[in-house]
Design a protein around this ligand. Structure first.
Ligand code: CMP
Length: 140
């Protein structure tokens, strides 16, 4: 099925000037870019975005990092997009990410891992409207 997924280029990858390369990789994989912006999240906004992780030991570190600088959320669309994007980005821990994946190329460690992507249709349904309203999502 055609799906939409939310990807965030995280503050570490923005600082590395990797935004253009990361967008190119998705587009070369036949994922349509329907929405994109640059935002500097507050700590409170980062906590709300990652609310599913609120009881994890890394919640405070994760939300500190995600509010440490600008990030680039985007909506991508394509056949089986949720699983396919997760393959393209690679394992959460860049040290375990496969050769050729975005996290292998740009990630530093499990916290600073360059990108986030929705892990299920339910996550995408929460994450896409967190950043984008209907007028900001452009059907193609
Ligand atoms: P992400 O796809 O953004 O979803 C949740 C994030 O939590 C994950 O990527 C990691 O960056 C982060 N995370 C997972 N485990 C740890 C950890 N042990 N320490 C710090 N951050 C973590």
């Amino acid at each position: 099925a055609v799906e939409r997924t939310l990807v965030i280029i995280k503050p570490d990858a923005v600082k590395k000037n990797a935004v253009g390369d990361i967008i190119r990789i998705f587009q070369e994989n036949d994922l349509k870019l329907l929405a994109i912006k640059m935002v500097h999240l507050t700590k409170e906004q980062a906590k709300k975005f990652y609310i599913v992780h609120k009881d994890r030991p890394f919640y405070d570190e994760l939300t500190d990092f995600m509010s440490s600088g600008p990030c680039v959320p985007m909506v991508l669309e394509g056949e089986n997009a949720i699983a396919r994007v997760r393959e393209i980005i690679g394992a959460t821990d860049p040290a375990k990410a496969a050769e050729g994946t975005i996290r292998k190329k740009y990630g530093t460690d499990v916290g600073r891992n360059a990108v986030h992507a929705s892990d299920s249709p339910e996550s995408a349904a929460y994450e896409i409207p967190f950043f984008f309203n209907q007028l900001e999502i452009h059907e193609q």
